[in-house]
Design a protein around this ligand. Structure first.
Ligand SMILES: CCCCCCC/C=C/C(=O)SCCNC(=O)CCNC(=O)[C@H](O)C(C)(C)COP(=O)(O)OP(=O)(O)OC[C@H]1O[C@@H](n2cnc3c(N)ncnc32)[C@H](O)[C@@H]1OP(=O)(O)O
Ligand SMILES: Cc1cc2nc3c(=O)[nH]c(=O)nc-3n(C[C@H](O)[C@H](O)[C@H](O)COP(=O)(O)OP(=O)(O)OC[C@H]3O[C@@H](n4cnc5c(N)ncnc54)[C@H](O)[C@@H]3O)c2cc1C
Length: 603
C-alpha cells in the first residue's frame, strides 16, 4: 500500500462508507450492489489480463464469451435480464466492456415491450428474455442517422399475402452502425418507411429475422456484415444490412400505437413520436453512464496524483502533484461534475420511470417534455464527461499516455456517446426551444422576413448555447436540491457542500463571458468567484482521495495500474511492461529479419 494513499485516507474528515451508502441509496443498496458485483469479480471469464493485447477478432470472440457467461450467471443467480431490474443493472454495470446484451435488452427488447401489442409481447419477449433469439435495433442508414424521417428502407404492405416486404432501395438506405448487427444478432427491430395502398405513413418499427436459428446463416434476401475497425467499442460488431425484398408477417409490425389492418388500412397513433421511445430510454441511461465514466477517470487521476511526487519545491521536498493548485483545478471540478451528473442521472431515471408508466397506460402528454430534457441532458453530460475524462488522462502526465493508465478505455467507450443515440448538436436543439431568450431571437429573425427553417438555422449557434446553459442550470439546481434531501452527518455534509459550491462556481468561471454579457454579474463579482474557487480547492484537497474511494470502484472494474486502490504504481507498471508480448524474447525477430542486414549493408 502506498504510504501517500494511506496518509490521505487517514487525514479524511468524513466517513467514507457513509458517502458510499449515500451515493448508493443506503447501506442495504450498497450491500446488494457489492454482493452482485462480487459475482462478476469472482468469475475469471470476465477478466482477461491480456485483453488489451488481443486482435479485433479475438476481442469480439471474447465479448461473445462474456455474453454467454453473463447469461449463464443471470440464470444461475435467478437475475431477470431486464433494463428495469436493479440487480441486472448492477451486474451489467460492473462489466467494463460493451457487450451484446446491452442492445438486445436496452433497445431490441424494450422496443417490443414499449411498442408491441399484448400478443406481440407474449410471443417475442419470452424468446428475447430467454435468449432464444439475439436482437438489435437497426435504424441508422449509410446516409441518414440524425434525420429519422429521411430514412429510406421501405416496408410495403401486400394485403394479398398479409405481409410486409422490407427493402433497401438504394446503397444509401443500407442499415449502417447498429450494434451487434454484423455477426451476432439473428433478429432486429428495423425502422422503415411504411407503405400501404401506395401511400407512405412514415417511420415505423418492424421485427425482422436476419439469420437462420439453426446455423446462423443470413436468410434469403439478407446481406449482412461488420462495418470494420472503429475508434473504440472494439468488442462491438457494429454492422451493415441490406434487405432485398424480405417478406415478414403483418404481425411483425410493432402495433401497440399505429396499426395496419389485414385489409391494409392504416390506423394512426395518437403521437407518432412514440415510435422513438427506445432512443429516449438509452439517452436517459447515458446520463448516468457519463457520471460513472467521469467518476472512474477522476478516481484514477486523483489517486495517481496523490501517489506521484514531482519537482522540488524546497530542498529535498518533492510534493505530491495533487498539492499543485493547477492539478487541483484540473481534477476537483471533474470530481464535482461526476457527482452532479450522478444526481442528474438519478433524476432522469426517476422521471423516465414515472413518465414511462404514464405512456404505457396510453397517456402521451409528457412524451415531448421527456424527449426535450433527456435529449438535452444526454448531450450535455456526454459532451462534458468526454472532455473531463481527457483532462483526467492528461493530468497523469507520461504514464497517462500508457494503456496501463486505464483512462483510454473509459474515454474510447464514452466518446461515441456524443454521437450515438442522437448527435449532440441535434439533441441540444431538442431542449433549446424551451429557452425564452432564444425564442425572442427567433421572433426577431422572423420579423426580419426569414421563414421558420431559415430563422432556426441562423439562430442555431445561440440555440445550442441556450440549451447548454439550460442543462447546466438544471444540473446545478438538481445537485443542490438532491444534497438538501439527503441525510448526512455534519462532517460529510460539509465536504459535499464544498464540492457542490466548487461545481457551481467553476461553472460560472468557465462561462464568465455569458454572465458578463447578460449583465447577471460584474467583473468584480467574477473576481470573487475566482477567489472562492481557490478557497474551495483547498477545502476539497484534504478529502479528494477519500471521496473517490467512496465511489467504491473495484480494481477489476477500473483496470488501471495508475489508479489501483493500493497505489503500488511503479512495481505494477514495470511488471506490466515486462509482460508485453513485444518483450517475449530477448531479441525481437525483426533484428535478424531487417536490422542485421541494415547494419551489414554499405549504405
Ligand atoms: C445500454 C444499451 C447500450 C446501447 C448502446 C447505444 C447504441 C446506439 C443506438 C443508436 O444510436 S439508435 C439511433 C439513434 N438515432 C437518433 O438518435 C436519431 C436522432 N434524431 C431524432 O431523434 C429525430 O430525427 C429528431 C432530431 C428528434 C427529429 O425528429 P423528427 O424529425 O421526427 O421530429 P419533428 O418532425 O421535427 O418533430 C419534432 C417534434 O417531435 C418531438 N419528438 C422528436 N423526437 C421525440 C422523441 N424521441 N420522443 C418524443 N417526442 C419526440 C419533438 O419534441 C417535437 O415535438 P413538438 O416540440 O413539436 O411538440
Ligand atoms: C458507436 C456507435 C454505435 C451506434 N449504434 C447504433 C445502433 O445500435 N443503432 C442505430 O440505429 N444507430 C447506431 N448508431 C448510429 C448513430 O445513432 C448515428 O451516427 C447518430 O444518430 C448520428 O447520426 P449521423 O451519423 O447521421 O450524423 P449526422 O447527422 O450526419 O452528423 C454530422 C454533422 O451534421 C450535423 N447536423 C446534422 N443534422 C443537423 C441539424 N438538423 N442541425 C444542425 N446540425 C446538424 C451534426 O451536428 C454533425 O455535426 C451508432 C453510432 C455509433 C458511433
Amino acid at each position: 500500500m502506498s504510504e501517500s494513499l494511506q496518509t490521505e485516507r487517514k487525514n479524511a474528515t468524513f466517513n467514507i462508507k457513509e458517502l458510499t451508502d449515500t451515493l448508493n441509496g443506503g447501506p442495504e443498496e450498497t450491500r446488494k450492489r457489492k454482493q452482485i458485483e462480487s459475482l462478476v469479480f469472482n468469475t475469471p471469464a470476465f477478466h482477461r489480463q491480456d485483453r488489451f493485447q488481443l486482435s479485433r477478432e479475438e476481442i469480439y470472440d471474447y465479448s461473445i464469451k462474456v455474453y454467454g457467461e453473463l447469461i449463464k450467471l443471470c440464470k444461475k443467480e435467478n437475475i431477470e435480464i431486464r433494463y428495469d431490474n436493479p440487480d441486472y443493472v448492477r451486474l451489467v454495470g460492473c462489466i467494463p466492456e460493451e457487450i451484446p446484451v446491452g442492445l438486445h435488452v436496452g433497445m431490441f427488447s424494450s422496443s417490443i415491450s414499449d411498442q408491441g401489442t399484448e400478443e406481440q409481447q407474449k410471443k417475442w419477449i419470452p424468446l428475447a428474455r430467454n435468449f432464444k433469439i439475439f436482437g438489435t435495433y437497426a435504424q441508422t442508414e449509410l446516409a441518414h442517422g440524425t434525420f429519422v424521417r429521411g430514412l429510406e428502407t421501405t416496408a410495403t404492405y401486400d394485403e394479398s399475402k398479409q405481409e410486409f416486404i422490407l427493402n433497401s432501395p438504394t446503397i444509401t438506405s443500407t442499415k449502417w452502425w447498429p450494434g451487434f448487427l454484423g455477426r451476432t444478432s439473428n433478429h432486429a427491430v428495423i425502422a422503415a418507411q411504411l407503405y400501404t395502398k401506395s401511400k407512405c405513413y412514415g417511420i415505423h418499427m418492424f421485427i425482422v429475422q436476419l439469420r437462420d436459428l439453426k446455423d446462423h446463416k443470413p436468410l434469403p434476401g439478407v446481406t449482412i456484415g461488420d462495418i470494420g475497425d472503429k475508434f473504440g467499442f472494439d468488442t462491438v460488431d457494429n454492422g451493415f444490412l441490406r434487405l432485398d425484398n424480405v417478406h415478414i408477417p403483418r404481425e411483425n409490425m410493432l402495433m401497440k400505437y399505429a396499426k395496419v389492418t389485414p385489409e391494409g388500412k392504416y390506423l394512426p397513433p395518437t403521437n407518432a413520436k412514440v415510435a422513438y421511445s427506445a432512443m429516449t430510454l438509452i439517452r436517459v441511461v447515458l446520463v448516468r453512464g457519463s457520471a460513472k465514466a467521469l467518476a472512474s477517470a477522476s478516481t484514477i487521476a486523483i489517486r495517481y496524483s496523490a501517489v506521484r511526487h514531482q519537482t522540488e519545491t524546497a530542498p529535498g521536498k518533492e510534493p505530491q502533484v495533487l498539492d499543485y493548485v493547477t492539478q487541483q483545478y484540473k481534477l476537483f471540478p471533474q470530481l464535482a461534475t461526476a457527482l452532479a451528473f450522478g444526481f442528474a442521472g438519478n433524476y432522469m431515471i426517476d422521471t423516465f420511470n414515472k413518465i414511462h408508466s404514464e405512456i404505457s397506460s396510453g397517456q402521451l402528454d409528457a412524451l415531448s417534455e421527456l424527449h426535450g430534457i433527456s435529449s438535452g441532458l444526454k448531450a450535455y453530460t456526454t459532451d462534458t464527461a468526454t472532455a473531463g475524462i481527457e483532462v483526467c488522462r492528461r493530468a497523469c502526465g507520461g504514464h497517462g499516455y500508457s494503456n496501463a493508465c486505464g483512462i483510454q478505455h473509459i474515454y474510447a467507450n464514452v466518446l461515441p456517446c456524443v454521437t450515438l443515440e442522437g448527435e449532440n448538436t441535434v439533441m441540444y436543439l431538442q431542449a433549446a426551444s424551451k429557452v425564452i431568450s432564444t425564442i425572442k431571437r427567433l421572433e426577431q429573425l422572423r420579423r426580419s422576413g426569414m421563414d421558420q427553417d431559415e430563422a432556426w438555422n441562423t439562430a442555431g449557434i445561440e440555440l445550442v448555447q441556450a440549451a447548454k446553459a439550460h442543462c447546466h442550470y438544471f444540473i446545478v439546481k438538481n445537485y443542490l436540491r438532491s444534497l438538501e434531501k439527503l441525510n448526512m452527518t455534519p462532517s460529510l455534509r460539509k465536504v459535499m457542500n464544498s464540492i457542490a459550491l466548487l461545481y457551481g462556481n467553476y461553472g460560472i468561471d468557465e462561462n464568465a463571458g455569458d454572465f458578463l454579457e447578460s449583465g447577471f454579474m460584474t467583473g468584480e463579482q467574477l473576481n470573487l468567484v475566482k477567489a472562492k474557487i481557490l478557497q474551495l480547492l483547498s477545502e476539497v484537497r484534504r478529502n479528494a482521495v477519500a471521496v473517490v474511494d467512496a465511489f467504491d470502484f473495484d480494481d477489476k472494474y477500473l483496470r488501471s495500474i495508475l489508479g489501483a486502490y493500493d497505489g503500488d504504481v511503479y512495481n505494477r507498471l514495470y511488471n506490466w511492461a515486462k509482460s508485453s508480448p513485444l518483450n517475449k524474447t530477448e531479441v525481437h525477430s525483426s533484428y535478424t529479419e531487417y536490422l542485421q542486414q541494415l547494419l551489414k549493408s554499405k549504405l
